[in-house]
Design a binder for this molecule. Structure first.
Ligand code: MG
Length: 375
C-alpha cells in the first residue's frame, strides 16, 4: 500500500549559537537533515551544499545512496578547493519514501526515530566516539549523554574522499511517525519528551513542540526536526502517486537557513593557512592514500589528512601529520596554535592530549573546541 506522508519541519538556531549550521530538506519523497560543522560559516556551507546536491541528485532519479555519495564528493571537493572551508563536513540523515517502505541513508550523529504504537525506536546508529563506545559496551547510554566529548564524530560527510554511509530500509505502517533530527534535539531532550511531542496529531504542532522542548532544555545547539506522519490515503488522495498529498506539496521547501555573516575571529585570522597549492595537492593525494603525504617545498613541509592535539612551547596546538619523525624529518607541522596552556587542563583533558589520538579534520576541530582551545 502507498502511504501518505504529512510533513512538519522546523529549524531553530537555539539559545547559544551565533549561526545555524543545520539544514533540512522537504522535497517529497525525499526528506533529510544535515548538521554542518567546521567553524567560521563553513558548517552551514557544508550542510547546505550537501542538502542541495542530495536533493538535485534524487530529483534526477539517482538512488539515495548514490545521491549521498555525490553529496559527499561535492562537500569534499569544496573543502579542498577553498582554504576557507578546509575541514568542513556535515552529518546526513535522509529518507526516501516509496510505497510503504522507508529507504534511509545515514552518516554522523543526527538521528532517525520511529514512533509506533507509542514506542520510540532509534533507527540510526550514532557515528560518534561515544556512540561507538556505547555499542562496544564501554559506556552506558546515560554516561554517553553527558560525556564531555560526545560531539566528536567518528564519521561525517565531506571529510574524506569516500564516506562510509549506512543504508537501511524500514517497513512502515499507517499510524507510524518518523522523526529526523539534529543532535540539538536528541542531545538535549529526553526520549520520553520526544515521544510525547511526536504523539501530537498535526506534524507541524509536533515539530514546534520539539523545538520548544529543546529550548526549554537549554537549547545548547542548533535544533532541526523533520516529522513525518504516515497515514492511509484519504478518499481525496486516491489518485496521488507521490507519498505526499498534492494539497501539502505546495508547502515543500528546501531550507538553507539564512544567518547573518559572522566576523572571523582573531584566532582564525592568525591560523597558519597552508598555501592553496599544497591544499590542492593534498586533495589529490588524499584520494589515493587517504593517510599521509609529504610535500617537499623549499624545506621539508609535512602535510597530511590526519591531525592530533599536541603541546608547543607549553601551549596547545593542532598538528597535522603523525606525532613521529622519519630520521631527521618530522612527520608533523603545527596546523593551528592555541594560547591555552597545557598546565591549565584537568587530568581527563590532559589524558586526551597525552594519548595523541589521530583525528580527521572535522573531529580534531570538535576536540579542540571541547578542550576550549579557541576563546
Ligand atoms: Mg548539532
Amino acid at each position: 500500500m502507498t502511504l501518505v506522508a504529512r510533513p512538519g519541519a522546523l529549524t531553530d538556531i537555539g539559545l547559544h549559537r551565533k549561526t545555524n549550521e543545520d539544514t533540512f530538506v522537504v522535497a517529497p519523497p525525499l526528506f533529510a537533515v544535515c548538521d554542518g560543522m567546521g567553524g567560521a560559516q563553513a558548517g552551514e556551507v557544508a550542510s547546505g551544499l550537501a542538502a542541495e546536491t542530495l536533493a538535485a541528485a534524487v530529483a534526477d532519479g539517482r538512488p539515495l545512496l548514490a545521491a549521498a555519495e555525490q553529496a559527499n564528493a561535492a562537500v569534499f571537493q569544496r573543502a579542498n578547493d577553498d582554504i576557507g572551508h578546509a575541514g568542513m563536513g556535515t552529518t546526513l540523515t535522509a529518507v526516501v519514501l516509496a510505497g510503504d517502505t522507508g529507504h534511509f541513508v545515514h552518516i554522523g550523529d543526527s538521528r532517525a526515530y520511529l514512533l509506533r504504537d507509542g514506542a520510540l525506536e532509534q533507527l540510526s546508529d550514532d557515528h560518534s566516539l561515544v556512540g561507538e563506545m556505547v555499542r562496544d559496551g564501554r559506556l552506558s547510554e546515560g554516561e554517553a549523554a553527558s560525556h564531555p566529548h560526545r560531539s566528536i564524530l567518528s564519521r561525517a560527510l565531506g571529510t574524506e574522499p569516500l564516506a562510509r554511509i549506512d543504508e537501511f530500509e524500514v517497513d512502515l505502517r499507517a499510524g507510524d511517525v518518523l522523526l529526523l533530527c539534529s543532535d540539538g534535539l536528541s542531545g538535549a531532550v529526553p526520549a520520553e519528551a520526544i515521544s510525547k511531542a511526536l504523539g501530537r496529531a498535526a506534524p507541524d504542532d509536533a515539530a514546534a513542540k520539539l523545538i520548544a522542548e529543546a529550548r526549554k532544555h537549554g537549547g545548547p545547539d542548533n535544533i532541526t526536526v523533520v516529522v513525518l506522519r504516515l497515514d492511509e490515503p484519504r478518499a481525496a488522495d486516491e489518485e496521488v502517486t507521490l507519498a505526499v498529498p498534492a494539497d501539502e506539496a505546495a508547502t515543500v521547501v528546501l531550507a538553507a537557513p539564512a544567518t547573518p555573516p559572522e566576523p572571523q575571529s582573531a584566532a582564525d585570522a592568525s591560523a597558519p593557512a597552508p598555501s592553496r597549492g599544497s591544499k590542492r595537492r593534498l586533495g589529490w593525494f588524499a584520494a589515493v592514500l587517504t593517510l599521509l603525504v609529504v610535500v617537499a617545498t623549499a624545506g621539508a613541509l609535512t602535510v597530511s589528512t590526519v591531525f592530533y592535539v599536541g603541546v608547543d612551547d607549553g601551549r596547545l596546538a593542532v598538528y597535522s601529520g603523525l606525532p613521529a619523525a622519519l630520521g631527521p624529518l618530522q612527520l608533523h607541522a603545527v596546523y593551528r596554535r592555541s594560547s591555552l596552556p597545557y598546565e591549565s587542563l584537568g587530568p581527563a583533558e590532559r589524558r586526551l592530549v597525552d594519548e595523541q589520538g589521530l583525528h580527521t579534520r572535522s573531529s580534531i576541530m570538535a576536540l579542540a573546541e571541547t578542550l576550549g582551545m579557541w576563546p
